[in-house]
Design a protein around this ligand. Structure first.
Ligand SMILES: Nc1nc2c(c(=O)[nH]1)N[C@H]1C(S)=C(S)[C@@H](COP(=O)(O)O)O[C@H]1N2
Ligand SMILES: [Mo]
Length: 411
């Protein structure tokens, strides 16, 4: 137990042995009976989770699973890394089956030396691995809808259904600056166009400044090769920016002198404002957080001690502070951040809490290292109206009822 947790118990006035409330006395005999008397399963070449663990991605109800999404079960995750089989998915035309031995990355356009690189050549180059979140800018999009319209949807909301289009991982690959330096960008080159090898030919424009800053070409995810769903064998990874720009199954990077105004940055991934104008190239995913315990669909079995837990992140850098309210936003308390707090990465926060059994609304808000504070839903709507589908980073409110059930509400 950490010092601060112990301090937390003292300030909560929790006596030793009182965290769980009344429990049956332990039976040493029952414990002895759980010891296996026969040999267990042997070693295996590739591991699987326990058959008792059943959490899964939530699939969008769609007649076209090739152009759909699946969401990470945030409420069931521990720590900060998303297991690869639970990383959210968003595909526009399905997952292509790519043989890495014939896959090539072409770097061309306004460069002195166009390059065509195999995976083996890419792996020879100086590599780096970094822990970052990825978030689809459509995450929490349903929460834009007015309460009356959204009621049916959102009262069933779980952290997974409302916030599960974000995941995190440790990604390994080659900094794009290394590749662009090999190719030699000409002075007129100010943007890139990145293109995927899937049937959607997903294409996005990336400003050269971001490309040279921290963008990389990733082939590794959580210690092994990228999963096919995440872009195997190669994806662009643009830290902190909307997921759409991190082109999967990357096949081509063209250096150009302007953004190319592709479908994905004009008709899509554009935010319509109340006055009819639109925000475009809204790349950065602003600071956001969600309490995962207690969260929608869960049930607190009894009053007393509960640890409030959740994740916070910001596309602009590190999470500086997370504040928690248990009174619907009237007062806020600073949560404990679990280190290391990394830039553009999911950050776990926790706060000791004693639930008195009454109706409460719990909320978290993230403040990032630029001083930006996650807005309330009201503030966000005042600034952006209700015609946007993307970039909803409003404070999430969960109502805990006296019977312990938890549901999404708008406050
Ligand atoms: N080639 C290609 N890249 C793509 C997509 C796609 O459909 N095709 N989807 C984009 C979108 S909208 C998002 S949010 C992220 C999702 O990445 P993930 O499936 O690894 O979570 O990939 C982006 N890159
Ligand atoms: Mo997305």
């Amino acid at each position: 137990m950490s010092q601060s947790t112990r301090r937390g118990f003292l300030s909560l006035g929790v006596a030793s042995g009182a965290l769980l409330g009344a429990l049956r006395p332990s039976s040493l005999l029952a414990q002895a009976q759980t010891v296996a008397r026969a040999l267990g399963r042997g070693v295996s070449a590739y591991g699987e989770r326990s058959r008792f663990e059943t959490t899964t991605r939530l699939l969008r109800d769609s007649r076209h699973p090739e152009a759909s999404s699946s969401r990470t079960p945030l409420q069931d995750l521990q720590g900060t890394l998303t297991p690869s089989p639970l990383h959210f998915e968003r595909h526009h035309a399905g997952i292509p089956d790519i043989d890495p031995s014939s896959h090539r990355l072409l770097i061309h356009g306004l460069v002195d030396r166009p390059l065509e690189l195999s995976l083996a050549e890419l792996r020879r180059l100086p590599a780096e691995s970094r822990i970052h979140f990825l978030e689809c800018s459509g995450n929490s999009g349903a929460l834009w809808r007015e309460a009356s319209v959204a009621a049916a949807h959102t009262t069933r909301g779980t952290a997974q259904s409302t916030h599960g289009l974000t995941s995190s991982g440790e990604w390994e690959g080659v900094p794009l600056s290394v590749l662009l330096n090999e190719a030699g960008v000409r002075p007129e080159g100010t943007w890139l166009v990145a293109e995927g090898a899937d049937a959607s030919r997903m294409t996005r424009s990336v400003p050269l400044t971001k490309a040279l800053d921290d963008t990389f070409v990733a082939y590794g995810q959580n210690g092994e090769a990228l999963r096919p769903a995440q872009g195997y064998p190669l994806r662009l990874f643009v830290p902190g920016w909307e997921g759409n720009i991190s082109i999967k199954w990357l096949r081509r990077i063209e250096v150009v002198d302007r953004p190319y105004m592709t479908r994905e940055e004009t008709s899509k991934y554009t935010d319509l404002l109340p006055d009819g104008r639109a925000r475009r190239f809204t790349f950065v995913m602003e600071a956001k957080s969600v309490i995962t315990h207690p969260s929608g669909g869960q049930r607190l079995t009894n009053p007393g001690y509960h640890q409030l837990r959740g994740i916070a992140w910001s596309g602009r850098g590190r999470v500086q502070r997370v504040e928690i309210s248990t009174d619907g936003g009237r007062s806020w308390e600073v949560a404990e951040l679990q280190g290391p707090v990394l830039p553009r990465a999911h950050t776990r926060f926790r706060l000791d809490w004693t639930w008195d059994g009454s109706e409460v609304v719990v909320q978290s808000r993230c403040i990032d290292e630029t001083g930006y504070t996650q807005p309330t839903r009201e503030e966000l709507i005042a600034a952006r109206g209700l015609r946007s589908g993307y970039h909803n980073n409003a404070i999430q409110s969960w109502k805990v009822s006296p019977d312990g059930t938890v549901e999404n509400i708008y406050v």
